[in-house]
Ligand binder design. Structure first.
Ligand SMILES: Cc1cc2nc3c(=O)[nH]c(=O)nc-3n(C[C@H](O)[C@H](O)[C@H](O)COP(=O)(O)OP(=O)(O)OC[C@H]3O[C@@H](n4cnc5c(N)ncnc54)[C@H](O)[C@@H]3O)c2cc1C
Length: 414
């Protein structure tokens, strides 16, 4: 590994600011594409390792992620009070990836790439158009040809709708077979719905006795610690699981922004933002992983070909507009969340909906998707969104709300 001293600046080709999800996928992609001749620095106050999140995502099988998966399912269930629908995802599959193997693989790639690790926050970033100067919290200076920045940050300005996806999950160990490992529950809207927002539960089984069971809300505000526990216990009961035969092995909490606020992906000529900071979080669902993975591959391929490390936008502009309209319709009460998702899955093949949520559908497929939503509230939301955009242009300086930290409760008893 390279060394960095306080007095001499460290010159590198590539500085990764933030070493979390996006950077871990990027390090693995650089290694996979044989980008071994670049000088790389990774700046993060934390060395991420072990289990701090579980990624669920869909995609085609047969990628480099396959050996890292904890589980994958060909079938998923979407449930509402009215019906339980089983979707066959072929040729896609839904998959679960725990953070530990992702961070381990990134650490191995980092060693092979001979990257320099600076365990400190990146503070100031100054781009003069040919090189970027990064000052770190421990007094170091890094001069980089390109900066790939995935540090969490607020959007450039406030969104017209600002929601949060917030959740708590329990890894449940059962004393007898109670889960169906052949099938995941993608969204179960039978949970009591909040006054403003959408809630659902989901189940990701890795065996017939072990599963991640989560309660999620899309809404403006977080719950309390007791509120998450009560909601999750309610969902466990709804699933018919007897708490006496279950043990909570781990707890997972999280908050993800769901907003139409802009996350600039290229704030200056030689700084590229990745991950949630770069707009990889889909506003209407909070799903981020597939876009991060796609962009990591694009950046690595570009560098391997001697091109600038600039990926395509995480989602096409028309998808961001459709998400803004959908979020508005959900927020202003024009459309009920369970009804919205129920109709999407009812009137479209599952594969089309999932590819749409990944931002990779064609315009013709998107028209079919839009036609499956309730037209009048969507037209009202479209008009409201257009009027709001005009107002924003005239009065653009609303304060940007920060994404609050997740509510973390006591550790589960063993
Ligand atoms: C618990 C949880 C579960 C999730 N599950 C899913 C899922 O199932 N599917 C999905 O698609 N998405 C999911 N997401 C959303 C998204 O995929 C993750 O948040 C993902 O980790 C985002 O990657 P990132 O690199 O943008 O941010 P992070 O992984 O949060 O990485 C940001 C890094 O920046 C570092 N940092 C902070 N400040 C500084 C600084 N000043 N200088 C340098 N580094 C700094 C942090 O230490 C961190 O390592 C989940 C998120 C959470 C929190």
């Amino acid at each position: 590994m390279g060394r960095v001293t306080e007095s001499a600046p460290l010159d590198v080709d590539l500085a990764l600011l933030g070493g979390g999800g996006a950077a871990s996928l990027l390090l693995a992609a650089l290694d996979r594409h044989g980008v071994h001749d670049l000088r790389i620095a990774v700046v993060d106050p934390v060395r991420r390792r072990g289990q701090d999140r579980t990624w669920a995502f869909w995609g085609h099988p047969g990628t480099d992620l396959d050996p890292l998966l904890s589980a994958s399912w060909q079938q998923v269930e979407v449930a509402t009070a009215a019906r339980r629908r089983v979707l066959d995802l072929t040729p896609l599959r839904y998959a679960m990836l725990r953070s530990g193997p992702v961070y381990d693989r990134a650490a191995a790639a980092e060693r092979r790439l001979d990257a320099t690790r600076i365990v400190a926050p990146a503070d100031t970033v100054t781009d003069d158009g040919t090189r970027v100067r990064v000052r770190t919290g421990d007094g170091h200076t890094v001069r980089a040809g390109w900066v790939l920045d995935s540090r969490p940050r607020p959007p450039a300005r406030a969104g017209r709708t600002t929601w949060l996806q917030h959740f708590r999950g329990w890894w449940l160990k059962a004393d007898r077979p109670v889960f169906d490992p052949t099938r995941a529950v993608l969204m179960d809207f039978r949970t009591p719905q909040p006054p403003r927002g959408v809630s659902f539960g989901y189940v990701l089984p890795v065996s017939d006795r072990y599963a991640l069971v989560e309660y999620t809300e899309f809404s403006p505000d977080l719950l309390t610690d007791a509120g998450y526990d009560a909601a999750l216990a309610g969902y466990r009961d709804l699933l018919g699981l007897d708490p006496a035969g279950l043990r909570v092995r781990e707890v997972e909490n999280g908050v993800i922004p769901m907003t139409d606020a802009p996350f600039p992906a290229r704030p200056s000529p030689r700084v590229v933002r990745l991950g949630t900071a770069g707009g990889a979080t889909r506003p209407s669902t909070g799903f981020t992983f597939s876009a991060m993975y796609r962009q990591a591959d694009q950046v690595a391929r570009a560098l391997a070909a001697g091109r600038p490390p600039v990926p395509q936008a995480a989602y096409p502009r028309r998808h961001r507009w459709m998400d803004a309209v959908a979020l508005r319709a959900l927020d202003r009460g024009g459309v009920g969340g369970p009804d919205f998702f129920d109709r999407l899955f009812d009137r479209n093949p599952a594969e089309r909906v999932l590819r749409f949520l990944d931002g990779v559908t064609t315009p013709a497929e998107e028209i079919a998707i839009m036609n499956s939503t309730r037209l009048l509230p969507m037209i009202a939301a479209t008009a409201g969104d257009a009027a709001h955009r005009v107002r924003d242009r005239l009065r653009p300086t609303r304060p940007v709300p920060a994404v609050p930290p997740a509510v973390v409760g006591a550790e589960p008893s063993p």
